[in-house]
Design a binder for this molecule. Structure first.
Ligand SMILES: C[S@@+](CC[C@H](N)C(=O)[O-])C[C@H]1O[C@@H](n2cnc3c(N)ncnc32)[C@H](O)[C@@H]1O
Length: 215
């Protein structure tokens, strides 16, 4: 993904280091839990979650479209350059799949969810940790640390580079947005069963996370 190639060094050296707590990691820990076997991370980026996945007992493996991001990930986990919407992986072969802070970067996320349902073992687990569709987006102004201002736009379901900050990702590469029901229906339509949910971030959640399994 060319847009991420251009910002990969900024993502690794500035963006991630500016976050004292990674809200995605907190939700991932809670919903993935301990386990064993391969845990495939879709859109692994620079591989920042590999250590946590390993700590929980899993064997992390990452795929991403961006060679620039994967250059940083290589030292953290085994990786492959691949499109999450067309995984080069056998049916029913993976124990766990995780997708952390990527759905807004994947306009074809519903195809990605269908791929998750295809590659997961019958006893496998999928954890989605995504930018919160209600409290983040072009319509949400998080500039005041004490309040989030939500303006009309939530219902539009659109791709945008509009952002309250120039220190984030959306203003650089853009982001897709789906209202909450559309996003959750995408899981069901893909053949996934939702098991648990979590939120993380202040003063209002920054991430909405879900654990699911293949039906
Ligand atoms: C915001 S970054 C998140 C990286 C990492 N998961 C994290 O939490 O730091 C989004 C990542 O998704 C990747 N990506 C976007 N579309 C993709 C696709 N279709 N298949 C695989 N990776 C993709 C981008 O290259 C980028 O590395």
């Amino acid at each position: 993904m060319a847009a991420y190639d251009e910002i990969a060094d900024w993502y690794e050296e500035e963006f991630l280091r500016a976050q004292p707590v990674n809200p995605g990691a907190e939700a991932l820990r809670g919903l993935l839990g301990e386990g064993s076997g391969v845990c495939l991370e879709l859109g692994c980026g620079t591989g920042v979650h590999a250590g946590l996945v390993r700590e929980l007992g899993w064997t992390p493996v990452g795929v991403d479209l961006s060679g620039g991001m994967l250059r940083h990930a290589r030292a953290r986990l085994p990786i492959a350059r691949a499109d999450a919407a067309r995984l080069p992986i056998r049916d029913s072969s993976v124990a766990a799949v995780v997708a952390v802070l990527v759905h807004t970067d994947m306009p074809a996320y519903f195809a990605v969810l269908r791929e998750v349902a295809r590659v997961l073992r019958p006893d496998g687990v999928f954890v989605h940790v995504g930018v919160h569709p209600c409290f983040c987006g072009g319509f949400a102004d998080r500039g005041d640390p004490a309040a989030v201002v939500v303006r009309p736009g939530y219902l539009d379901g659109h791709w945008t580079k509009e952002s309250w900050t120039d220190q984030g990702i959306r203003d650089k590469v853009g982001a897709t947005h789906w209202p909450l029901p559309e996003l959750l229906n995408g899981f069901l339509d893909a053949g996934l069963t939702l098991d648990r949910f979590a939120e993380a971030g202040t003063p209002l959640p920054i991430v909405l996370a879900a654990r699911a399994h293949a039906r």
